[in-house]
Design a protein around this ligand. Sequence first.
Ligand SMILES: C[C@](O)(CO)[C@H](O)COP(=O)(O)OP(=O)(O)OC[C@H]1O[C@@H](n2ccc(N)nc2=O)[C@H](O)[C@@H]1O
Ligand SMILES: Nc1ncnc2c1ncn2[C@@H]1O[C@H](COP(=O)(O)OP(=O)(O)OP(=O)(O)O)[C@@H](O)[C@H]1O
Length: 299
Amino acid sequence: MRMLYNTRMDASLFLAPCKLNLFLHITGRRADGYHALQSIFLLLDHGDDLRITLRTDGQLLLQNPLPGVLPENDLTIRAARALQISSNCRLGADIHCTKRTPMGGGLGGGSSDAATVLLALNQLWQLGYTRQQLMQIGLTLGADVPVFIFGQPAWAEGVGEQLSAVELPPEIMNKYYVVITPQIQVPTAEIFAHQALTRDSKPLRIADFSNGANSSAFWQQVRNDMEPVVCALYPEVNNTLAWLKQYGDARMSGSGASVFVAVDNAKKADELIANRPENTSGFWAKGLKYHPLFSSAKD
Ligand SMILES: C[C@](O)(CO)[C@H](O)COP(=O)(O)OP(=O)(O)OC[C@H]1O[C@@H](n2ccc(N)nc2=O)[C@H](O)[C@@H]1O
Ligand SMILES: Nc1ncnc2c1ncn2[C@@H]1O[C@H](COP(=O)(O)OP(=O)(O)OP(=O)(O)O)[C@@H](O)[C@H]1O
């Protein structure tokens, strides 16, 4: 039985959905080492719950630090600090994170937590920052933060920060996404730096993916360029992906370790989760048209 994404009325509860990269093409490398890429991001109705309450003494306190991550390095506190500095705000916050998105899983868990803190504190501290301003602050924390603030299915270019809304066809939006994560963490920087990574994918156009494109053509046109490198380095990812490919056009999200496949109904999704390989975690979810906190920033 899937845990329903929490949408009950609770003023201190803020949701941090995870993302899938439906595909990820690397089209070049910049002089500073960062990679030019093209991707479509889909936010899912599954993720972390953040409980955020106002403090008037200016302190930022993480109530349940993650194992192995110092509170000052946690993306939630870093996001709150960045917002405090940029706005000169004297208010603070207590933050409690219920983690559901596997860490280092290519699902943008930490980035989404950071985005949710920026959106929530923009509201709680009454800062009135625009979406664009919050996205700029988010980008200083990580390449994946802006897309969560953008808050809609997105076509991404540049190093991932140039975002446009893309209206995905029903064949993509109506699917049930089964996401399986081997119990390992893949370091993103290691994969981007690997000599075997291909960096010359031919640039595509957003028009190839907008409403009207049918889903079988969609999956045939695209891939994740990081997949061959990650599969060669991490047999756990290779084996999980091979297993999931029995059920459809399975792909890796981001730099892994998570892999996913789109299926037609909840029964099939439940079946795959129940039968998933050993030493993996899994969930299924549907795509979101809007981030639950979309209205916390004005355009
Ligand atoms: C793979 C993706 O998850 C796809 O959505 C993102 O591009 C990575 O986003 P992220 O985890 O927020 O990444 P960051 O923390 O900004 O960067 C981690 C490292 O990945 C490399 N990096 C990241 C993004 C990019 N376009 N080119 C890169 O080469 C850089 O070495 C960087 O030091
Ligand atoms: N709030 C947080 N949640 C998760 N990880 C965090 C957080 N704060 C800092 N981190 C650090 O960030 C690392 C990457 O975590 P995250 O879950 O964002 O990875 P990811 O899903 O692979 O991200 P991406 O898809 O953006 O590459 C973790 O291993 C952890 O050390």
